[in-house]
Design a protein around this ligand. Structure first.
Ligand SMILES: NC(=O)c1ccc[n+]([C@@H]2O[C@H](COP(=O)([O-])OP(=O)(O)OC[C@H]3O[C@@H](n4cnc5c(N)ncnc54)[C@H](OP(=O)(O)O)[C@@H]3O)[C@@H](O)[C@H]2O)c1
Length: 276
């Protein structure tokens, strides 16, 4: 296994791209993204297409596998359609192993950098199914098929219950980040205290009001940036690892350019307060 990479500054999300997945993944790599987020959930992702995009970029000498941070997910049957990457009659532990084996095949690699539980079995709490899945994920990590582990779509309650049930906590939490919830303030605080990296998605689509807020628009104008770039720079200033799933070459460039933007703390606090 290669040496541990630092997390990239941005993750390129591959959901909802269907037959454009391969081309857009390759374009994202050519544009400079080094982190790719996918899932073995055919309903929303075309993971084999991600693998085709990676292979095209390797062939063209754009990147090598060791330059990349590849993240995929295990999704419970209720989040899937009929195109399952595992035998639904098998135990959850077996499903986890089958799902990751299929992901490795799709992505043309023998390890991923991060393997994420797409969402707990219930919105109400961390339960026995989640524990079985988590233990199986830890075994996959121990076997070298993933470097790191994560959980997604979790509440503070899920994380607290998970901590009470397991010796090991995730390295990543991936959540939809709503400005109206203080940009997921409680979960971010939990993560910060435990050195868990918070990955935020839907930063633009879940926060249309915040993006149209006059103070954010004025600030963007002052910085000669777009409101989207301000939101990504703000997310990073809060310690998040943001995701973007743009299909536009111009937006890919814009989003990556936001990595170099540093917002003064008073502006970060002001944006945090917009919808908090
Ligand atoms: N764990 C989960 O359950 C979960 C759920 C949802 C998503 N995700 C992950 O997160 C990734 C991102 O999803 P998302 O919900 O954040 O939405 P998204 O798919 O990134 O959508 C962003 C939207 O904002 C638009 N946009 C406008 N200006 C933009 C700019 N400068 N930069 C980027 N986008 C701009 C995009 O349009 P253009 O295409 O025209 O730029 C697009 O319609 C997904 O692909 C997936 O990998 C995970």
């Amino acid at each position: 296994m290669p040496a541990i990479l630092p997390s990239p500054a941005f993750l390129y999300g591959t959901a909802w791209k269907e037959d454009r997945t391969a081309n857009l993944t390759e374009l994202a790599l050519r544009t400079g993204f080094r982190g790719i987020d996918t899932a073995n959930q055919r309903r929303h992702y075309f993971e084999a297409g991600v693998g085709e995009g990676l292979a095209a970029a390797y062939r063209a000498g754009v990147v090598a596998r060791s330059d990349l941070f590849l993240q995929t997910k295990y999704t419970y049957q209720r989040g899937q359609d009929h195109r399952l990457p595992y035998d639904p009659a098998a135990s959850l532990a077996t499903q986890v192993a089958e799902s990751l084996a299929s992901s490795l095949e799709h992505l043309g690699t023998d390890y991923v950098d991060s393997f994420v539980l797409h969402g707990p079995a219930s919105g109400y709490g961390w339960n026995e199914s989640d524990s079985e899945v988590w233990e199986a994920m830890c075994k996959e990590r121990d076997a070298g098929r993933t470097r790191l582990l994560g959980v997604s779509n979790v509440s503070l309650g899920h994380l607290q219950q998970m901590e009470a049930s397991h010796a090991e906590m995730p390295r990543f939490v991936q959540n939809r980040c709503f400005a109206r919830a203080g940009w997921d303030r409680e979960v971010r605080a939990f993560c910060r205290e435990r050195n868990i990296i918070y990955q935020g998605f839907s930063l633009l689509t879940a926060n249309k009001e915040a993006l149209q807020h006059s103070s954010l628009i004025d600030l963007a104008r002052e910085l000669d940036a777009t409101p989207a770039q301000v939101v990504f720079a703000f997310a990073r200033a809060l310690g998040m690892l943001p995701l973007t799933g743009t299909s536009s070459a111009a937006h890919m460039r814009e989003d990556l350019a936001s990595v170099a933007m540093e917002l003064p703390r008073d502006l970060v606090n002001a944006i945090e307060a917009i919808a908090g």
